[in-house]
Design a protein around this ligand. Structure first.
Ligand code: ZN
Length: 311
């Protein structure tokens, strides 16, 4: 069993519009945009990152906004809901805020004894806020979201699968253990991990497969401390028969990827070097930052491909 994985690092999804996406995460959810860069594999598309002050691992929601992308269809084999942790008692405040801003899909729920508020992102993305009593993370505040209600970072990610067997086995190998169960939902926890250390698997054998598009999660990334831990995880996965990519430099972390049996793409990302690698913490997320290999495209990207984002 692996011991290096700490919990979630980031969740990456697809959007249809950069401006609407940025407005939703900063002006409604009150997160901080911590990086404005491009998809390193398709630099004509933004890669936008939202999180706490520094984009700490376990807080970072990221997006590839493909302009006018068609909407995905929810189904099996994907992350169906990304859940953020919010303080106990904060959900009525959020419900009122969502009503003010016209957020869709708002619905209170309880799961495994926790109060949740489901809501949709701008492209129908599945989100929830979960009241979490024990969470020591310092939230980013502003845009009318005070500290006593502000999002702390991720609580969990829900995977919706036709069959959970092989994915559950993989999670156990990654250091997670089965912690609780309610109906079709099984919760896995990485004991001793970071605050974003929960994965819920919802098993729905008859659900048709998801079709990826705007509003769909593209992949979820798990955190490891550094490159040495990442290499150990890569070796452990490959020794167990998983097909894992080589280590890829994403400037703000190092990444490896592998496709899980249930269909969800997993990434393992390092906590180093972080988002203040190429700009000061005070000004994170404002300027367009390009990786060295795409810097020569800056003129074309800024004038022709990337819509300006007004904050
Ligand atoms: Zn990623």
């Amino acid at each position: 069993m692996l011991t290096q994985i700490q919990g979630l690092h980031h969740v990456t999804s697809i959007a249809s519009g950069a401006q609407e996406n940025s407005d939703f995460f900063t002006k409604i959810l009150g997160l901080r945009r911590v990086k404005k860069t491009v998809n390193f594999d398709a630099p004509q598309v933004y890669h936008l990152y939202y999180g706490d002050e520094t984009g700490s691992p376990g807080t970072v929601m990221t997006y590839f906004p493909f302009p006018r992308s068609r909407r995905g269809r929810a189904g099996a084999g994907e992350v169906s809901v990304t859940a953020f942790a919010a303080p106990t008692g904060s959900l009525p405040w959020w419900a009122e805020r969502f009503a003010t801003f016209g957020v869709k899909g708002v619905k209170p729920e309880t799961r495994l004894g926790e109060n949740r508020l489901r809501f949709d992102g701008p492209d129908g993305d599945g989100f929830a806020l979960v009241e979490t009593a024990q969470d020591s993370r310092t939230p980013w505040t502003g845009n009318g979201v005070p500290a006593d209600v502000a999002i702390r970072g991720f609580h969990s990610a829900d995977m919706r699968l036709q069959d959970r067997g092989a994915t559950a086995e993989l999670l156990r190998f990654m250091g997670y253990s089965e912690a609780d169960k309610q109906g079709s939902v099984t919760r896995f926890i990485r004991e001793g991990g970071n605050d974003a250390n929960r994965i819920d698997i919802e098993t729905l054998p008859l659900l048709t497969p998801a079709d990826q598009g705007a509003g769909s999660v593209h992949h979820i990334a798990f955190a490891v401390a550094d490159r040495a831990a990442q290499l150990a995880v890569r070796k452990g996965l490959m020794d167990t028969g998983w097909q894992v990519t080589p280590v890829i430099d994403r400037d703000y972390f190092w990444a490896i990827y592998f496709r899980t049996p249930g269909g969800v793409l997993f990434e393992i990302a390092t906590n180093e070097p972080g988002f203040n690698r190429d700009e000061d913490t005070a000004s994170l997320g404002q300027a367009l930052k390009l990786p060295a290999q795409h810097e020569h495209l800056r003129g074309a990207l800024e004038t022709r491909y990337l819509e300006p984002i007004v904050d």
